[in-house]
Design a protein around this ligand. Structure first.
Ligand code: GTQ
Length: 347
């Protein structure tokens, strides 16, 4: 058949909202042909922090609703995605401010980067924020943030917005007042479910953890205890996942969250996984080495830096000091959909 006949045919069916599959490659052989996001690092102290603080006098938290600089992956064209499936931002709140209450269908996590005295209130319970704490805001729960202390407070927001965007299932509502009424004492959810116990006669059937806040101190202490006994994972060091203690699943239904310890001088083995992962550094310095040979990219990190590793990109982790990394990924969503894979280079 002549090229012209084919071209005419394609135009004809195109006008009928049809398309010839044989002219496209619908399913590429490897993720690298599909994934646009690039491995990337945001230098917190030297680059992000100064401009984020400049936003303080520019706009109030109330006017902005959320005073956030979104972390834009340079391969994703300003689409408010740090990786294909994930959103991340850095939120600044100043003393006396309130970021007004709202709720939405995307789930959110907060990971506290710096400062003291701020809180986030979720479903009527305030959680105080300290550096290293991990806090969840489940889908459609009312939440507002405030700051009753001194000095700026910054945390990282991680949301599943791109996943919900895929389904179209996005909802957003504002609360009639800036703050929601307190219904439970701070620490209530942790007291109920955070001691390997649960209230007798109370049942929990929601898809997320009943614990809103996972304090850093406890998670860090667990890693410290384990370093003496546990076997190190050759790629990940000592890596613990935050869970919903009632079922053992991830703390959030769409996003997995982890805290990991790399001992001083750790040199990890090469690893790749289909999960898209965002890391932030709590303690120590080191690097992520992406790829190998002359093509390798080195992302050198220090405390408070944020770096992102896309789906199926081979990488290794190295540390100079004892290092702790918080990370979040779309692993739990991929596992539930039956598509999660990893490659430890030993096949
Ligand atoms: O704090 O509620 O970075 O709704 C993006 C959307 C933060 C929040 C973000 C949000 C929030």
């Amino acid at each position: 058949m002549s090229d012209q006949t084919r071209t005419e045919y394609y135009a004809r069916v195109g006008a009928m909202d049809l398309s010839p599959l044989w002219t496209t490659r619908l399913v590429p052989p490897l993720p690298r042909d599909q994934v646009k996001a690039r491995p990337h690092l945001w230098d917190y102290d030297r680059v992000v922090r100064p401009v984020l603080l400049d936003a303080g006098p520019l706009i109030t938290a109330k006017e902005a609703q959320r005073r956030v600089l979104t972390l834009e992956n340079p391969g994703l064209g300003g689409s408010h995605r740090i990786l294909e499936s994930l959103y991340a931002g850095l939120q600044l709140i100043l003393p006396g401010e309130v970021a007004p209450a709202h709720r939405h269908s995307p789930s959110a996590l907060r990971f506290i980067i710096e400062g003291d005295g701020a809180y986030t209130a979720v479903s009527g319970e305030k959680s105080v924020m300290k550096p290293g704490d991990f806090i969840i805001t489940p889908s459609m729960t009312w939440h507002d943030h405030g700051h009753e202390g001194a000095g700026p407070v910054v945390w990282m927001d991680g949301l599943d917005i791109p996943m919900l965007g895929l389904f179209g299932a996005m909802f957003f509502e504002t609360y009639p007042d800036d703050s929601q009424p307190q219904r439970r004492q701070p620490g209530d959810s942790l007291a109920r479910y955070g001691a390997n116990m649960r209230p007798v006669g109370e049942s929990w059937s929601k898809p997320e953890s009943p614990i809103f806040s996972y304090p850093y101190e406890r998670s860090r202490e667990a890693l410290e205890q384990l370093r003496r006994t546990a076997e190190w994972d050759p790629a990940a060091g000592l890596k613990l996942e935050y869970i919903d203690p009632t079922r053992g699943f991830s703390a959030m239904p769409t996003i997995s969250t982890f805290l990991q310890l790399l001992p001083k001088g750790f040199s990890g083995t090469p690893y790749r996984t289909t999960e898209n992962t965002v890391y932030t550094v709590v303690e120590g310095g080191g690097r992520a080495i992406i790829g190998d040979g002359d093509d390798a990219i080195v992302l050198s990190w220090r405390p408070r830096d944020i770096f992102a590793i896309p789906c199926w990109v081979p990488h290794r982790l190295e540390s100079d000091d004892d290092a702790t990394l918080f990370s979040f990924s779309d692993r739990t969503a991929q596992v539930k959909l039956g598509i999660w894979r990893e490659d430890r280079g030993n096949a």
